[in-house]
Write a protein that binds this ligand. Structure first.
Ligand code: FE2
Length: 291
């Protein structure tokens, strides 16, 4: 296939570290993905429902759920979603933070929205002809309880040597200043990776941050640029680009789907928090590994 991105778009991506591509995901796909996400949540039985959680117990359970979710479809609830008896304060659909992290390989609707020839071509246009689909998240960004996402670099959480993680962020609904759109630091990917997020052991021993560089991350209040985009837009994010999103102050949700890919030729250390079961190898975005 021939390139989908123009030379100007490729140059802008390497200059800014991000690129917005309007009208990438069609209305039909958006609505199918949104509906499947809502169905997954409605079918979900939160673990520990109706049980009393101590903070410690909750932490241990959260750690296990999180650290084993690389090969699963898991529903993560907002921190404040449960009351002290472990019951939801509001409906499940309004209590969920995100679904992760392998629905692109375990759910047919997400799979179809992810492994497209257009996305594989765009990955190739930006130098990732051997992209592997590592992680997917469906993010709800709830009105009222949808929290801020701290300024971070994706390479901190999904590290490869050499660094290759690239984010593909799809606006399922319009993303605006009011409902917590993405913000990014143009050119910020040219500064070093600040931190690594590492597993302390192979099981549920927890995680830690290791500092690599003490240059402060950009200040969201003054150094970041808002990426207000209409539904259907795909934003590509370099893995070293500092980005952030605010709380959702609007009365409506701000759904987004994200996919993180890595280069097939890069080394993926076993201390990354996200590990896939052995029988679930990563698949190439272009599905040239299909048998
Ligand atoms: Fe991110």
């Amino acid at each position: 296939m021939s390139a989908l991105l123009s030379d100007e778009q490729i140059a802008a991506f390497s200059r800014d570290g991000f690129l917005a591509i309007p009208d990438f995901m069609g209305a039909e796909t958006r609505s199918a993905v949104r509906q499947r996400a809502v169905d997954l949540v409605n079918a979900w039985e939160p673990s520990g429902e109706n049980t009393v959680f101590t903070t410690e117990e909750q932490e241990r359970v959260s750690n296990h759920e999180f650290l084993s979710s690389g090969g699963k479809i898991w529903c993560f609830f907002e921190e404040e979603a449960f009351d002290e008896r472990g019951e939801l304060r509001q409906s499940k659909e309004l209590s969920i933070n995100k679904i992760g992290h392998a629905q692109h390989d375990l759910d047919d609707v997400f799979e179809e929205a992810t492994y497209t020839s257009d996305l594989a071509q765009i990955a190739s246009d930006i130098g990732m002809a051997d992209a592997l689909a590592l992680q997917s998240m469906y993010i709800f960004k709830q009105p009222g309880i949808g929290g801020e996402v701290n300024c971070h670099q994706d390479g901190t959480f999904l590290y490869t040597d050499p660094l290759s993680v690239t984010g593909f962020w799809f606006a399922i609904e319009d993303a605006t200043l009011e409902n917590g759109c993405l913000w990014a630091a143009p050119g910020g990917h040219k500064a070093p990776l600040r931190k690594l997020f590492r597993r302390l052991g192979t099981d549920d021993d927890g995680t830690t941050f290791e500092e690599l560089d003490d240059t402060p991350l950009p200040d969201p209040a003054k150094d970041l640029f808002p990426l207000e985009v209409p539904a259907g837009t795909m934003v590509i994010l370099n893995g070293k680009l500092p980005h952030w999103s605010d709380v959702n102050r609007s009365p409506v949700s701000r759904h987004a789907y994200t996919l993180h890919c890595i280069s097939g030729s890069a080394d993926y250390p076993d201390w990354n928090w996200l590990q896939r079961p052995e029988d679930m190898p990563l698949r190439r975005l272009d599905r040239s590994d299909r048998r």
